[in-house]
Design a binder for this molecule. Structure first.
Ligand SMILES: Cc1cc2nc3c(=O)[nH]c(=O)nc-3n(C[C@H](O)[C@H](O)[C@H](O)COP(=O)(O)OP(=O)(O)OC[C@H]3O[C@@H](n4cnc5c(N)ncnc54)[C@H](O)[C@@H]3O)c2cc1C
Length: 597
């Protein structure tokens, strides 16, 4: 039976026929691998996700974690699934062999994780946060920190979090107020509150390793004064043994719309509930140098932003497959041309409007999947391409695209989930079917890891203008290489290329116009619209790439080409009015006064 989580056929197409990931094995880092090892690990991910994560997805949602003032309780299936996950070794799938990792290409390990996100986004958040935390420490931590905390995280004994947000500091991390006071022994004591911390408290692992942004007294104001600390829930001795309870405690759980299987916490640091060494204050260890904490944290945040895009794509994908199955099985109505009321009803997939909703979903979720896998491939390229110049180009392209990789799937795969509900009609609005939960789960993705609005500001205010506009120029050049190939192919591919070239030229023109006035307030007023227009252009490009790769015969390729046509006919034209609005330097939102609402 075909999986209702993701399409392995599509993953294989994207990984092998399009991205040709097997060629990565020509690079020394991946020389030990082969198509066989890639396939085996994808098989394993699909099997574990299907057998151990998917079955309790609904239960996770219906029985959210509870806190009795002492202990957080989750349904037992979460721990059982995570124990199986730990045994697979997937937690270290892309890490170096020297730390016990599989040293798989990032794009392949990212494809594996999609299965877990599609199966049960709540349970899969625990290891994903742990992986991001461990990767940050491997990059920026001392060997002592790595030994003490990363080893146990990779064994599944410890888990990790990222503690950035505070009640008064969400989008504006410059306003982080948690204080880290230096101690004579080189450690720090932390005092403050962290809000929204995913996986911040539970009994799933022996210890929780918090990565915490805080300010050392006397630091410069703003983001330049932020440092990064490891704050374990339980202190760990030099020999790795667990010691005293640290002074970080759960103040309460947040009760969320979706993602309910992941605990979400308000944590208090340094309130003296526990007194390690006889003294209040959460013991913390500085990571790297003082005041460079946000830069280090970006290591985890950039990874998490691709992870958010991937999660959104996975939720969109599973909703699409479930609505497709439903549409093929649900008899309702008769063809418009049929006049006989006694004729049997047809499955709703026969109605053009239902096919519209399915085609829109297909174009969003398969476009998003291509986008997140492409980003994963760029992570491999920025690390392993032969020359520094090539690695720098891959880095610049990834850096430029990251806001789109985070935001586009979060917006359009949420829309896909909404359409999946619509395809189910009234049944889609009930809890009997999965799609309403997918929608609620996916609704988080435009909010966390930098809201939609913040990603727009990042793209237009930073990414496309940095290094004298080199990021946008490289994106346009990279898209141009695809359209040149498509023009050579000619026919329909050439027509799509012409449409895309026009859209890219317009983005470049409009970007220049927005910044010509040197007025950042005006230039950035409609940055979310810019993000959405650029996102659609980028995904149109990836649909043209898929169109070119799907040159074969048969239903799968026909479907790919039709979805590409849909995207170019129905979706890419949305960018015209958006770019016109931006080019007009519209002031409507800026000029609106608070008192007029
Ligand atoms: C379920 C969940 C899990 C989370 N997990 C974590 C976690 O593990 N670790 C962690 O550190 N954080 C986590 N977060 C926090 C999350 O990253 C923040 O909620 C997010 O960054 C937004 O911050 P805020 O909620 O304070 O909203 P605000 O920053 O107050 O934003 C409110 C609105 O104002 C807009 N806005 C704010 N500032 C600007 C501006 N300068 N220009 C234009 N618009 C602006 C925003 O786009 C948004 O629409 C999580 C949040 C949720 C809901």
């Amino acid at each position: 039976m075909r999986s209702l989580l993701l399409s392995r056929r599509d993953l294989d197409f994207l990984l092998h026929e399009w991205l040709q990931v097997e060629r990565l094995t020509e690079r020394p880092r991946y020389a030990e691998h082969s198509r066989d090892t890639f396939d085996a690990v994808l098989d394993l991910a699909e099997q574990v996700a299907t057998e151990h994560f998917a079955p309790h997805n609904k239960k996770n949602d219906e029985h959210e974690p509870t806190f009795d003032g002492e202990t957080v309780t989750l349904i037992p299936e979460v721990k059982q699934a995570l124990d199986v996950f730990a045994q697979t070794g997937l937690v270290a799938s892309s890490m170096d062999e020297s730390v016990g990792g599989m040293q798989l290409p990032h794009v392949v390990s990212g494809a594996c994780f999609l299965w877990f996100q599609a199966a049960n986004v709540g349970t899969s958040s625990y290891p994903f946060l742990t992986i991001g935390n461990a990767n940050l420490l491997l990059e920026h931590g001392t060997p002592e920190l790595v030994e003490r905390f990363v080893g146990p995280m990779l064994e599944g004994r410890f888990s990790g979090t990222m503690c950035l947000s505070e009640p008064q500091a969400g989008s504006s991390l410059a306003d982080v107020a948690t204080r880290a006071e230096p101690q004579d022994d080189g450690t720090y004591r932390l005092f403050g509150n962290k809000m929204w911390i995913s996986a911040g408290e539970h009994e799933l692992t022996d210890n929780i390793v918090h990565l915490v942004l805080a300010k050392i007294p006397g630091s410069p104001p703003g983001v330049k004064g932020i440092s990064l600390f490891v704050v374990p829930k339980v202190l760990v001795g030099d020999d790795g043994s667990l010691g005293e309870r640290n002074d970080v405690v759960l103040a309460g759980l947040n009760h969320k719309m979706g993602y309910r299987g992941t605990t979400n916490t308000l944590l208090n640091f340094g309130e003296g509930v526990h007194r390690p060494g006889g003294q209040a204050g959460a013991v913390g260890y500085l990571v790297g140098e003082p005041h460079r904490g946000l830069a280090y944290m970006f290591h985890m945040m950039n990874e998490a932003r691709i992870g958010v895009g991937s999660g959104a794509a996975a939720l969109g994908y599973t909703g699409y497959l479930k609505s497709l199955k439903y549409a093929r099985e649900r008899p309702q109505g008769r063809p418009l041309a049929g006049k006989d009321p006694s004729a049997p009803q047809v499955p709703i997939v026969e109605h053009a409007d239902v096919r519209r909703m399915l085609l829109a979903q297909k174009s969003y979720v398969e476009g998003a999947l291509a986008l997140v896998l492409y980003a994963g491939r760029l992570v491999d390229d920025e690390r392993t391409l032969p020359t520094q110049e090539e690695r720098d180009r891959a880095h610049l392209l990834l850096d430029t695209l990251t806001p789109v990789v985070k935001s586009w799937p979060s917006q359009w795969c949420l829309e896909a989930n909404s359409l999946a509900i619509q395809v189910h009609g009234g049944y889609g609005y009930t809890r009997e079917y999965d799609v309403e939960q997918h929608y609620r789960d996916n609704r988080l993705n435009p909010i966390h890891e930098g809201t939609h609005g913040i990603q727009g500001l990042d793209l237009l205010g930073r990414k496309v203008v940095m290094h004298g506009g080199a990021g946008l120029a490289l994106l346009a050049e990279t898209i141009g290489a695809t359209t040149a190939r498509a023009r050579e192919t000619g026919g329909e591919a050439g027509d799509l290329a012409a449409q895309l070239d026009t859209a890219v030229e317009r983005v470049v023109e409009v970007t220049a116009k927005l910044w010509a006035g040197m007025d950042p307030e005006l230039a950035l007023a409609n940055a979310s619209v810019y993000l959405e227009a650029v996102g659609h252009v980028v995904v149109a490009w990836l649909w043209l790439e898929q169109y070119l790769a799907a040159a074969g015969e048969g239903e799968f390729y026909e479907g790919k080409r039709q979805a590409a046509r849909y995207f170019f006919r129905w979706e890419l034209p949305r960018t015209g009015p958006q770019l016109d609005l931006l080019a007009s330097l519209d002031r409507t939102t800026l000029d609106m006064q608070d008192a007029w609402f």
